[in-house]
Design a binder for this molecule. Structure first.
Ligand code: FNR
Length: 339
């Protein structure tokens, strides 16, 4: 097993070992419900947009893994679940398969065994456009994710230390004839980053806030001296990221992720301006605990619960969620006033 395969296995095992969502602060947002909604459950439409395409439910399986024997098997299971529940799925970083062509077959198999899956590939921001094109054709991806993971690289024992990424991102966006979803990895994207990305031509952004999988904590577990534990709390929570990004939600299609565990979390993200929501750690945890069938029924329940919550709010469709009133906790209000 090479060093990248070993890292893939370690990320997967440590993420599951540490699985215990802290707080993404969505619980600090109180929704104002409607006691006379004048709707029935059949009236509720939960379809939305995702990287510019229409999807039937407002959430997807976000990037996690692939490239080693164990993680390739996980991807096939996730792809089975995504296909059966008709939700999109993203692979983890394909960097390992770009660097070593012999590791591409695990990723290729996701597509050959699931021809109809809405599938996204994934690479980091240092890869040139040509690699994004290779990664896309490796799995005939419908779109590519591009991750920004400065804090992770700087706390990773073998991580990058060179982050001159903006010109490269601009080049990728200009040349790509497929959607590029620029994403964080669980520390949130700040409003000044979103402004820069908007100027580079980026149209799709996944805020991926703090409160779920924490890559600084995961990398810290991989260090001999666990000397970065004090950095595990850096970043913006999912609720903070959304509040800070709200003003961009009419120009940029926002995805929310980070510590999502319930249908109420998903609805709150949609109210705060996200068009769709990504889930990683929770789905991985359920897959390991309850298998594919357990994850399928969890996902079908999520869809039903989203409909029920939207009815309680008096909202017929996702667009109508933008008119829902909410109250912020003093801490979130303070953040919102200052950011
Ligand atoms: C991830 N995530 C991730 N993101 C990315 O862009 N490329 C990657 O290769 C990975 N790898 C990865 C492995 C594992 C095991 C997990 C759990 C997560 C980050 C993921 O896509 C997401 O941004 C964060 O995990 C926050 O969402 P959750 O996990 O809190 O729902």
């Amino acid at each position: 097993m090479n060093i990248q395969q070993k890292r893939k296995d370690e990320h997967f095992f440590i993420a599951e070992k540490l699985y215990s969502p802290s707080s993404n602060q969505l619980e600090e947002i109180q929704l104002i419900f409607d006691n006379l909604p004048e709707l029935s459950l059949n009236d509720i439409d939960i379809s939305t947009s995702f990287v510019g395409k229409k999807i039937p439910a407002p959430f997807f399986i976000n990037a996690m893994t692939g490239g080693s024997d164990q993680t390739n098997k996980i991807n096939i299971k996730l792809a089975n679940v995504a296909t059966k529940t008709n939700i999109p799925m993203a692979t983890g970083s394909q960097s390992i398969a770009i660097k070593n062509a012999e590791f591409a077959d695990g990723f290729e198999k996701i597509r050959t065994t699931h021809p109809d899956l809405f599938l996204l590939g994934n690479l980091g921001a240092s890869h040139p456009f040509e690699n994004f094109q290779k990664a896309k054709s490796m799995i005939q991806a419908n779109a590519m994710e591009l991750h920004l993971n400065v804090a992770q690289e700087l706390t990773m024992p073998e991580g990058d230390v060179d982050f001159n990424w903006s010109r490269n991102i601009e080049d990728i966006i200009k040349k790509a004839d497929f959607p590029i979803l620029v994403k964080g990895v669980g520390q949130g994207l700040t409003p000044n980053t979103i402004k820069k990305l908007e100027n580079l031509g980026v149209q799709y952004i996944d805020l991926s806030g703090k409160g779920g999988t924490n890559f600084v904590a995961i990398e810290n577990q991989r260090r001999l001296k666990k000397d970065f534990s004090y950095l595990e709390n850096i970043g913006l929570t999912t609720a903070q990221s959304l509040l800070a990004a709200k003003k961009y939600s009419s120009e940029i299609e926002l995805t929310a992720s980070g510590g999502i565990t319930t249908a109420l979390d998903i609805v709150k993200c949609l109210i705060l301006g996200a068009k769709n929501v990504g889930i990683s750690g929770l789905f991985l945890h359920i897959l390991i605990k309850d298998g594919e069938d357990g994850l399928i029924s969890f996902i079908e329940d999520l869809k039903d619960q989203i409909r029920r919550i939207m009815l309680m709010l008096g909202c017929r469709n996702i667009e109508e969620l933008s008119k829902v009133n909410y109250i912020l906790s003093p801490s979130l209000k303070n953040f919102n006033d200052q950011i």
